[in-house]
Design a binder for this molecule. Structure first.
Ligand code: NAP
Length: 247
């Protein structure tokens, strides 16, 4: 891969993916919302860092302008990884929070794909959406998060047919990983012990291996694949089971 852009490259899976591709990518463009001096990217060239809050409606345009200013007009791989979560009942979640979640997890990948389509088509490139196994299962107390991930799956599927192979479109469904997202979403360690989840680097490596394949959709890990399959094809049984667990 010659030119790779990763959103949400300042923490968790995105940061681990940036490290994974660093030795081989000719040009790695990293997108994050914080100032360069505040992010753990010291091994990377600050000139390859594009700072933008993806909750901003014009984020895609800002990134495109940033690329144009550096004469970058082609992309081989675009990884929509940035994501945010909220833990709690829907009536406790503020409107502003719901808006932010939908903007980062759904609007930004849709807008950025649309904006960068000419750059991707120039190289018959690839777009990767980091979804979640939550897209295939009920996600109680993460309902909006689950909805954004399920919507990404739908967008990717339609786009794949619409674009008739002019670029590759892939959706990746990781299961739980030991990243900072859980604490950021507001869930406590007592409710969810994220330390028992697989380490970030291990999950990121599996994601990168999945990206190297031509498969349109990949679920990371055999257990998650089974869960996802059950969620999709045994919907009512799974919903009832999870409802009982909620009680
Ligand atoms: N961890 C899991 O268990 C899990 C499971 C399934 C799917 N996923 C998905 O995997 C992806 C990566 O998540 P992660 O677990 O690595 O989470 P993470 O460690 O919190 O990293 C998320 C990245 O997205 C960035 N981001 C969040 N809001 C942003 C905004 N408004 N503008 C720009 N960047 C923003 C974060 O920036 P900051 O560094 O500034 O916070 C960070 O770089 C997400 O799409 C997530 O839904 C995660």
């Amino acid at each position: 891969m010659d030119t790779i852009l990763i959103t949400g490259a300042t923490d968790g899976l995105g940061l681990a993916l940036a490290h994974y591709y660093r030795p081989t990518a000719k040009r790695l463009i990293l997108v994050g919302r914080r100032a360069f001096q505040d992010v753990p990217l010291t091994e990377f060239d600050p000139n390859t860092y594009c700072r933008i809050d993806l909750a901003q409606a014009n984020g895609a345009e800002v990134i495109d302008n940033w690329l144009e200013a550096r004469n970058i007009r082609h992309l081989d791989l675009l990884i929509h990884n940035a994501g945010t979560g909220y833990y709690g009942a829907i009536d406790q979640q503020s409107w502003a929070d719901i808006e932010q979640l939908v903007a980062v997890n759904l609007w930004a990948p849709i807008a950025l794909t649309r904006q960068l389509l000419p750059c991707l088509q120039k190289r018959r490139g690839k777009v990767v959406f980091i979804s979640s196994v939550a897209a295939m299962l009920p996600a109680p107390d993460y309902a909006v998060y689950g909805a954004t991930k399920a919507a990404l799956d739908g967008f990717a599927r339609s786009l794949r047919v619409e674009l008739k192979g002019s670029i590759d479109i892939q959706v990746i469904h990781p299961g739980a990983a030991r990243t900072g997202m859980h604490a950021k979403s507001g869930i406590s360690r007592e409710t969810m012990d994220w330390e028992r989840f697989p380490p970030t680097e291990k999950v990121a490596k599996k994601i990168a291996k999945a990206i190297a394949t031509k498969k349109p959709s990949v679920t990371i890990g055999a257990g998650n694949s089974l869960l996802g399959f059950a969620g999709l094809y045994l919907g009512r049984v799974i919903d009832r089971f999870m409802q009982r667990r909620q009680r």
